[in-house]
Structure formats: structure tokens, C-alpha cells
Design a binder for this molecule. Structure first.
Ligand code: 9D3
Length: 241
């Protein structure tokens, strides 16, 4: 997958994209990320990207011309034509389903806003889809773009370690995780649940499923509402304790 990013803070992207799984996916050639500085597409001496809002109001807006120049330049160069996503608090909240959908695209173009927002004509003319990462206020679209890249990169077919964990995810879809333990089995008087030590795989599977169901009901009732319970699930939930 090819991902182009447009931002006034390209330096934000260096660290996160150069570590861990994303780094590996990039090195393997499955993911090609190119970060572009919006200021490189200005034509004035001071590389100005913002201006006052018509009609007044607090703060500055991003001017349309550099966005049009950047997107048009990237589209000329990018093959195939990228699906263009604007990261904005007004967008639909990113979900795992959306990440899966975006991971199918051969090319994405991510636009990161700053200031109070972007001239509306940028969305109208250049943007296919608007995405938010949640209902809290950030300072711009750069961290959301990194979140999106991270969520998508690990789903790319062939991404290292992809197969097992991604399959596991569709199985536990809509549930939060069961409790997990590693060695030592006793630590400061805190014990690992007996069932996990016995190697009885069917019992372990049922215990984990039950824990995931109980935890989801308790901690994420809005997720639990959407879970389709199997006969076994109903039975697990009706057990004592
Ligand atoms: C406090 C400013 N707000 C006034 C109504 C509007 C506003 C403009 C720009 C709020 C945040 C931002 C910067 N944020 C993003 O560009 C952003 C974002 C976010 O803040 N939260 C979650 N997802 C995203 S995606 C892009």
C-alpha cells in the first residue's frame, strides 16, 4: 500500500513510523509512506498556509491554494489514484471495520489539518472521506493520521505476525480481552488462575470466553449490547461466579 501524508509538521511522523511493526512492514515493501510538507506547495515568500475566516471569528483557517497544489501534485505522481482521507474532529470515528476497509485500498492520501480548521472547498473538491479518532480535542490531524496508519499497516496481507492475531480478532470481535498471564505462576502472593496451568485446552477456551463476556458486560455495556451470544455463551454467563 502507498500512503501519502500532507502536513505542516512532517517531523512528527519520523519517530513512530520508524519503530516496531510499522518499520518492519515498511522495510518489507508492503507499505510505502511518503510525508509531504504543505508549505512546500505555497508560492509566497513566507510560505503562509493560514488566513483569517470570512465573517469573522476566533482563530485562523488553512488556506485552500496549498492544499489544492499538494493534492494535485501527489495525484499526478501516485499510481493508482489514492483514496483521500481528511483527518478532522467532524469525521466518522475510526473503527476496526473502517481500518479493515481502508487496508483493502492500494493507495491512501491523508490530509492533516491544524489551526481552527480548513477552508470548506478543500473538503468539497479534494476529500473522499472524513475521519476522526474519537471525541476529544487534539491539536491537529497528525496523531490521528499515525493512528490510522498503525491500525491499517498491521492488517496488510503479509504484515509480519499478521495471520494469527488478525484471525483471533475476528473470533473475539466486539469483545474486550480475557485476562492474560505469563511466568511466574505465583508473584508476590498473586496467583495465576488454576485452569490456565493444566493444559486442558477446552477448559481454557471456555474460561477465556467467559471472562471476555463478563468483562465486556461489566466494562463496555455498549459493546456487549451488540454481541450475538451463542448457546454456549448463554450457558457460560449463567454459571455461578
Ligand atoms: C477547540 C477547537 N474546536 C473549536 C470548535 C475545533 C477544533 C479544530 C481543530 C478542534 C480540534 C482541532 C484539531 N484536531 C484535529 O484536527 C483532529 C482530531 C481531534 O481533535 N480529535 C479526534 N480526531 C481528530 S482527527 C483530526
Amino acid at each position: 500500500m502507498r500512503v501519502d501524508v500532507v502536513t505542516i509538521f512532517p517531523e512528527i511522523f519520523g519517530g513512530p513510523l520508524d519503530c516496531s511493526i510499522i518499520k518492519r512492514v515498511r522495510d518489507s515493501g508492503l507499505l510505502d509512506v511518503r510525508v509531504h510538507n504543505l508549505r512546500d506547495f505555497t508560492t509566497d515568500k513566507h510560505h503562509v498556509v493560514d488566513d483569517y475566516p470570512f465573517g469573522g471569528g476566533a482563530g485562523m483557517l488553512m488556506k485552500p491554494e496549498p492544499w489544492f497544489a499538494a493534492v494535485e501534485s501527489i495525484r499526478e505522481d501516485a499510481e493508482p489514484p489514492p483514496h483521500t482521507v481528511f483527518l478532522t474532529p467532524q469525521g466518522a470515528v475510526l473503527t476496526q471495520a473502517k481500518a479493515r476497509e481502508l487496508a483493502q485500498r492500494p493507495a491512501l492520501l491523508l490530509l492533516c489539518g491544524r489551526y481552527e480548521g480548513v477552508d470548506e472547498r478543500v473538503r468539497e473538491a479534494l476529500v473522499d472521506e472524513e475521519i476522526s479518532v474519537g471525541d476529544y480535542v487534539l491539536t491537529g490531524g497528525e496523531l490521528p493520521a499515525l493512528v490510522l496508519i498503525d491500525a491499517v499497516a498491521r492488517l496488510l496481507p503479509g504484515a509480519v505476525g499478521n495471520e494469527d492475531s488478525v484471525a483471533d480478532e475476528s473470533f473475539s470481535e466486539g469483545l474486550i480481552e480475557y485476562p492474560q498471564y505469563t511466568r511466574p505462576r505465583s508473584f508476590r502472593g498473586l496467583e495465576v488462575p488454576e485452569v490456565l496451568l493444566g493444559g486442558h485446552h477446552e477448559q481454557i477456551r471456555k474460561w477465556r470466553r467467559k471472562q471476555a463476556l463478563l468483562r465486556t458486560r461489566e466494562r463496555r455495556p455498549e459493546l456487549f449490547e451488540h454481541v450475538t451470544l451463542s448457546e454456549e455463551d448463554v450457558e457460560l454467563l449463567s454459571e455461578d461466579s
